[in-house]
Design a protein around this ligand. Structure first.
Ligand code: DX5
Ligand code: ZN
Length: 212
């Protein structure tokens, strides 16, 4: 399984050392959480974060927790973002959002909150590269994994197999080494890991997740 560190709970002056540690541990994806204080009750900086981390050779996935995400998405794409993930619940026109991002040539992901059903994103699954299943309410790192997310992963995996689709299944929120093996068995490709990774031995965790 692939690991994508979230640096939401990292202080800015820790970025350089920690990101180098991620690279040394063979980690290739970096997950950036961007919040505007409206769609979720927390706020982060936005492109300033990208400006600080883009010198590192990661595949950058940007998780936009905001309404009207397109304008911000374009700024991130210009700075080198590779995958833009927007929230199903945050846009009025999902198909149009996908179309506009496609015109920019980036990869596209849709995220759904813990109580949003898979059914609503079914029509778009053929057009996207990734589904980010939120396993906590978006907004803060360090929360407890919501168990019912497992069923959604299984459902997404089934739909993918039955329809010969290629999207990645990513899981975000409360992921650790105890729940990762089950996530893998149910069809997860990428686990986003924030607090658990940052508070423990990065290389040890990266190796374990890689071998799942
Ligand atoms: C939450 C964010 C997550 C989160 C992950 O809204 O999208 O990426 O920071 O952190 P942990 O692993 O601590 O739940
Ligand atoms: Zn996230």
């Amino acid at each position: 399984m692939i690991i994508a560190p979230s640096i939401l709970n990292l202080k800015e002056d820790e970025y350089d050392d920690k990101l180098q540690e991620f690279l040394d541990a063979g980690i290739k994806i970096l997950h950036l959480d961007i919040m505007d204080g409206k769609f979720v009750s927390n706020t982060t900086k936005d492109i300033e974060i990208m400006e600080k981390v883009r010198k590192f050779p990661f595949f950058f996935e940007v998780h936009l927790m905001m309404f009207k995400p397109l304008e911000m998405a374009y700024k991130f794409i210009d700075l080198g973002a590779n995958l833009i993930i927007f929230h199903y619940e945050a846009v009025n026109d999902v198909a149009d959002t996908i179309k506009r991002l496609k015109e920019k040539g980036c990869k596209i992901g849709i995220s759904i909150k813990p109580y949003t059903k898979i059914d609503v994103i079914k029509p778009y699954l053929k057009d996207i590269d990734s589904v980010l299943v939120m396993s906590v309410e978006p907004g803060f790192g360090g929360q407890t994994f919501i168990e019912r997310s497992i069923d959604k992963i299984e459902e997404l995996n089934k739909i993918r197999q039955q329809n010969n689709l290629n999207y990645l299944i990513e899981v975000d929120g409360g992921v650790n080494l105890s729940n990762s093996p089950l996530l893998k068995r149910r069809g997860t490709d990428v686990v986003v890991m924030g607090s658990f990774l940052i508070n423990n031995d990065v290389k040890m965790i990266a190796d374990k997740v890689k071998n799942l």
